[in-house]
Write a protein that binds this ligand. Sequence first.
Ligand code: BGC
Length: 250
Amino acid sequence: MERYILGVDVGGTGIKGGVVDVVNGTLVDDRKRLLTPKPATPESVAETFAELVRMHDWKGPVAAGFPAVVKNGICMTASNIEKSWIGLSIEKIFSEACGCPVVAVNDADAAGLAMMKLGIGKGRKGLVIVLTIGTGIGSALFFNGELISNTELGHILFKGDIAERYCSNIVREKGDLSWEEWGTRLNEYLTHLNKLFSPDCFILGGGVTKKYELFSQYLTVNVDVFAAELKNAAGTIGASLYAAERFNAK
Ligand code: BGC
């Protein structure tokens, strides 16, 4: 059985990796980060991915959290990456680039898994909606702890566009929104999701939740909202936990 898996979180802005002990769900080396190349074509991202694997001096199994709908290792959508990714096997491209076996999973599903298995979501029953707020907004739905994958709640129509273009962290940064302005937007979005899904709680992840105390006061939606404690490491750890099941089932 594979105990150590290099987890790589491919984001719209950065590509981060760390070796994970999948039995304990802990990082066992220092996480490293490279900038996501622009444009984020399959060739350029695969090159950066391979570079990160080399930086870890790694030859074992690799897990890739990827910012798109991922079905059987294939990239099905592309909102914050180049459109040429669509229809390609992420697993094949990354594996050929780094020379290691690779399993790919949606980045928010990966982060959500870590939060539900090891973090604030542990043992939570009912419907839990995990949202990762970064360049885009990713989502992971759990019912009684079971993942319903590839949900894309950042792409529901809201205020005349897709929701992530209204309240992602990039929108806050680029639009120079105050915490109050942005927190209010996020609250409107959560209120809308609450009407549609009536979840038992929301768990928010992504780097911006390190500053949770600056905007939590604006989240008045009538359901529990928690900030994930695993922060950025959730994507790396969760991708490895997901991949462990695939690698060990082979
Ligand atoms: C993508 C999702 C991804 C999220 C976070 C969205 O734009 O469509 O697949 O999970 O960004 O990276």
